[in-house]
Design a protein around this ligand. Structure first.
Ligand code: F6P
Length: 750
């Protein structure tokens, strides 16, 4: 309906413009006609009286000439008249003749130029205004037997012209309205008839009836849309909200309860031995672990990871396995051991000095060394072998995580051609030009294409990946199915925005928001009226911690009302500290924090608290709950789960999230205050706005974000991938049967 109204409005405006143009032309033309008519009338009147006038002209009989002029003005449209001699003297004039039109002045008009002799004089006419209305003046040369005697001036009443013009305008307006109404009517009727025919065709097609050729492209689009919607429905449909239970049901129903094997570099539980010899379990600061761990707790299976903890060896069986979580033991953690050289080359070198800066736009150059690449290949093979050893069938489900394992999918596929391998890339994928920096770009892409499905957080990253394939590999890209076929194997590329578990397990035993706030304020020794900001990150240059502290500094500079009242606490988990760039970052952050405190601290007030240590999840969640504002300032981030965790922690609907535009989460958490972290002015203003935000607005924003994270939780993320995998597996089985039956290999056509 809105479209019809919009269309009609455009039609009416178009017709209006057309009518306005036509109207201008018509009124111009009619006016010219009327004026010509007046000139002719004037000539006629003067010619009629010519002999009478000429006879009295020589004697300059003013009284007689005035009588003749008075006779002329008996025409109701001629108001007044005057007679002027050839040398522009006034001879006679009727009593109503307006004095402003003198013979001298009109004499100049009647001559084409100053030197023109009287036989070249021409009749002229012009419009003028006198007291009482508009008039038209005609100046007509008067010829006698011996040539031109002078000229006669006639003053016409223009009122009748104006009346006629108004009438014409009125008629044009009516014609336009009739035209507009009929055009709209005809268009609407035609559109309705067309729409009816069109929908009839679509309906008949959907019922399996005959198809007209011209409808085929559109019908194909409709069919695809229907398929997509029904797939979504099946996904969201009867199952209701995504929960651990629903995820398990999906696995049982669609994947026959197949064992899930996760391959990720980082392990979910690290066993460390403290200086006192006591054993402790550390939960690493890792978005990947935050997301995948709840899935494994729900589904069971095996998590294959690098055993990097100082007590990891002491806690596993002979195969390097241990059941986790401690005390719950719902799945197996299989630890793979790496030598110091392997860890250096594969993890620190190729993964984190090469691929990490390659994929993030954060002004750190990637470093690619041949020896690191050799380690990366060898370690990928080592992990791929470990995965294969964990399988119980020839078509297992393997979830390969992140940039540490770009080669593993191809290696697993070689040993298990029927495996369903879902790879998820947790960080951004760069544009193809940047990706081309990597000397082993083709090998990386080929390795990844061993996957059945490759997932990214956003469609944008999927597109970048496809562009890289297009540029660097001989492969067929099907942009309709969003799939790549390389060496007769097909890989789907999909966006699956990652999330967190909901409800969150760390909240179950956490005190209320007020209690958390009291505890945190006690720990930090803050007065109760303090406004508290919080940042939670691994100390990584992509997280924008320096920019964040810069924004805090500018907030205090620009808004003195926050001096003594606002404290920002940064929880910074040391990360990848063997890499020089990370050590630099560490020093920069310390320096910045010291500078801010030096500039703005007073008495016991410290505006910046830098807690540079690993913090266990319960502590992190206590800080989320205690804060008035949480600032996530990533310079480039695949998703960023800190933002979602903060939202989850605020069951009290208090607090404000300030979120970088460059974190994938900003596409979903649109009720956060979205900022460009490079723009100090904008981000410090957002912090100020957050600190001043009325409670009702905080509640409204948090309510919207919480319902989004609750619905789009990590069980849904995994569920969508598993359902897509299930669809692929049943297709594969069908193709397998077909190729068995026909004796042909149809794999390449999948
Ligand atoms: O953010 C990317 C990522 O690899 C995550 O997937 C992971 O949580 C995080 O970095 C931690 O990195 P690392 O395992 O090197 O500490």
């Amino acid at each position: 309906m809105a479209r019809v109204v919009r269309f009609l409005a455009v039609l009416v405006v178009g017709l209006g413009l057309l009518a306005w143009g036509g109207f201008r032309i018509i009124s111009h033309t009619t006016q010219a006609w009327f004026e010509k008519d007046l000139t002719l009338r004037a000539q006629l009147a003067v010619n009629g009286a010519r002999w009478a006038l000429a006879a009295r002209w020589a004697s300059e009989d003013a009284a007689a000439i005035r009588d003749i002029l008075a006779e002329i003005t008996r025409d109701e449209r001629i108001m007044a008249a005057a007679a002027c001699t050839a040398d522009a003297r006034s001879l006679a004039a009727t009593s109503e003749y307006p004095g402003q039109f003198s013979c001298r002045e009109l004499g100049r008009r009647v001559r084409p130029n100053a030197a023109a002799p009287p036989d070249q004089w021409r009749t002229v006419g012009f419009d003028a205004e006198i007291t009482g209305g508009n008039v038209h003046i005609s100046v007509v040369p008067l010829a006698g037997d011996e040539g031109v005697l002078g000229f006669v001036v006639l003053v016409h009443d223009r009122a009748f012209i104006d009346r006629r013009e108004a009438k014409v305008q009125e008629l044009i307006l009516i014609a336009f309205l009739i035209l507009a109404a009929s055009a709209s009517l005809i268009t609407v009727v035609a559109a309705r008839l067309f729409w009816k025919g069109w929908t009839r065709e679509i309906r008949s097609f959907l019922r399996g009836g005959p198809q007209r050729r011209e409808f085929q492209p559109i019908l194909r689009d409709v069919r695809e849309l229907i398929e997509r919607i029904s797939a979504e429905r099946a996904l969201e449909g009867e199952g209701g909200a995504w929960t651990p239970r629903r995820l398990v049901q999906t696995l049982t129903e669609h994947l026959h309860g197949e064992k899930v094997i996760v391959l990720a570099n980082r392990e979910p539980y690290i066993h460390e031995r403290g200086p006192d010899g006591a054993l402790r379990v550390v939960h690493p600061a890792s978005g990947l672990v935050t997301a995948i761990e709840p899935i494994m707790r729900a589904c069971g299976g095996v998590w294959v990871a690098h055993g990097g903890g100082s007590a990891d060896h002491d806690t596993v069986d002979r195969e390097g396995r241990i059941r986790v979580p401690p005390g719950e033991e719902s799945y197996a953690l299989r630890r793979v051991w790496l030598s110091a050289a392997e860890e250096q080359g594969y993890y620190y070198g190729f993964s984190n000095e090469g691929l990490w800066p390659l994929c993030h736009i954060a002004d750190t150059r990637p470093l690619f060394r041949r020896e690191d690449w050799a380690h990366y290949q060898a370690v990928n093979q080592k992990f791929a072998d470990a995965v294969c050893r964990e399988t119980e069938s020839d078509d297992p489900i393997v979830l390969v995580q992140d940039y540490h394992f770009a080669l593993a999918p191809g290696m697993i596929r070689q040993r298990l051609p029927r495996a369903t391998i879902i790879s998820f890339w947790h960080i951004p994928w760069p544009n193809s030009e940047r990706f081309g920096i990597c000397p082993w770009r083709e090998e990386l892409l080929q390795g990844m294409l061993g996957s059945s499905i490759i997932g990214f957080h956003t469609q944008f990253h999927c597109n970048n990946f496809l562009d890289a394939i297009d540029r660097y590999l001989e492969a067929r890209i099907d942009r309709e199915q969003i799939a790549v076929t390389h060496q007769r194997h097909s890989t789907r590329v999909r966006a699956y925005p990652i999330s967190i578990e909901w409800p969150n397990r760390w909240l179950a035993d956490l005190p209320s928001a007020e209690e958390c706030r009291r505890e945190v304020f006690r720990e930090l020794n803050l007065p109760p009226q303090t406004l508290l900001g919080v940042g939670v990150d691994r100390l990584d240059y992509t997280k924008g911690v320096e920019e964040r502290l810069g924004a805090v500094e500018q907030l205090l500079e620009r808004h003195p009302e926050f001096h003594g009242r606002f404290t920002f606490v940064q929880l910074a988990a040391p990360s990848r500290t063997l890499i020089e760039r990370y050590r630099q970052l560490n020093d920069n952050v310390e320096r910045l924090a010291a500078r801010i405190n030096q500039r703005f601290a007073s008495g016991s007030y410290r505006p910046l608290v830098l807690l540079r240590a690993h913090h266990e999840p319960p502590t992190v969640f206590r800080y989320y709950r205690a804060a008035d504002v949480c600032y996530v300032s990533s310079l480039h981030d695949g998703m960023n789960l800190v933002a979602k965790e903060f939202v989850a922690a605020r069951e009290d609907l208090r607090g404000v999230l300030v979120l970088s535009h460059f974190a994938g989460a900003s596409r979903e958490l649109t009720e956060a205050l979205i900022v460009n972290p490079y723009d100090m002015e904008e981000s410090s203003a957002a912090l100020a706005a957050a600190l001043r935000m009325p409670v009702e607005e905080q509640q409204e924003r948090l309510r919207a974000m919480r319902s989004l994270v609750a619905a789009f939780n990590v069980y849904r993320w995994a569920g969508r991938m598993l359902l897509d995998a299930a669809r692929l597996r049943s297709k594969d089985r069908l193709f397998g049967r077909l190729s068995d039956a026909s004796g042909r290999d149809l794999a390449g056509t999948r």
